[in-house]
Design a protein around this ligand. Structure first.
Ligand code: NAD
Length: 241
């Protein structure tokens, strides 16, 4: 039986990751902030496909959310730390609350879920953790100092955790998407999407399914010799090591 847990599962990249992992999984644990028609539709779809599904609602940055998700869980094969938020502010205008929330959702959320996963996976002697970073964590982005710092932190966290857990048979990798057509980006409007697309050598944004395919690869046995890596799925937007 293959058990997987995806945070921020209701929409965008998280939803596509759930659908990709469901092809190899029997038990899906889905986290998102609250109930939504999108989450309900995903649960119905998985159950119809014969995948047992459990929903754990709550903010990933709150310790009780990860505790609830792992309560009574005896095995976890794959954790995908995906939940994320985006809001712009120049550094001169950025509020403490904006900075604080950005770091909490991405870094505290990834830490809290990875810690619980590590306790199970080290006991099992196997498992894969995939953290969703961003090309902006590699390049940095004006007016997104908080987001860039959070995603850069996720990249460093991934490498440190990969070194710590490797001897226990647990692999930890990151996927760093470039701009991807999801509700997070769609709500910024068509002008933004056109300008963003021009930034990438492939001259377009990615799809959630393209990101999910790389996550599924890293989570699978095909990536059994891959740990501590940051795989860019970014239309060529980042080409250095
Ligand atoms: P999205 O807004 O379309 O979906 C994010 C999901 O996460 C939503 O269902 C939302 O309810 C949930 N979520 C938000 N905050 C949460 C919290 N505190 N606790 C639990 N769930 C929460 O976003 P997306 O584009 O699918 O982004 C997914 C991940 O990919 C994020 O980490 C994002 O930073 C990253 N990413 C996105 C892009 C992009 O261009 N879309 C690029 C690089 C990285």
């Amino acid at each position: 039986m293959k058990t997987f847990l995806v945070t921020g599962a209701a929409n965008g990249i998280g939803r596509a990751v759930v659908l990709a992992l469901a092809e190899q999984g029997d038990l899906a644990l889905l986290n998102d902030l609250g109930d939504s028609p999108a989450l309900a539709a995903l649960v119905t779809h998985l159950q119809a496909a014969g995948v047992e599904t459990r929903v754990v609602l709550g903010d990933v940055s709150a310790p009780e959310t990860a505790r609830n998700a792992f309560s009574g869980l005896e095995r976890l094969d794959v954790l995908v730390n995906n939940a994320g938020i985006l809001n712009e502010a120049p550094i001169t205008e950025m509020t403490f609350e904006q900075w604080d929330q950005m770091i909490r959702v991405h870094l505290y959320g990834s830490f809290l879920f990875a810690q619980q996963a590590a306790r199970l996976m080290t006991r099992q002697g196997s498992g894969a953790i995939v953290n969703i970073a961003s090309d902006l964590g590699q390049l940095g982005c004006a007016n997104l100092c908080h987001y860039s710092a959070a995603k850069g932190g996720i990249i460093a966290f991934t490498k440190a955790l990969a070194r710590e857990l490797a001897a226990h048979g647990v692999r930890v990798n990151a996927v760093a998407p470039g701009g991807t057509l999801t509700p997070m980006v769609e709500r910024l409007g068509p002008d933004y999407i056109r300008e963003e697309s021009a930034r990438y050598p492939l001259q377009r944004l990615g799809t959630a399914e393209e990101i999910a395919a790389t996550v599924a690869f890293l989570a699978s046995a095909q990536a059994s010799f891959t740990t501590g890596q940051v795989l860019g799925v970014n239309g060529g937007g980042v080409m250095n090591g």
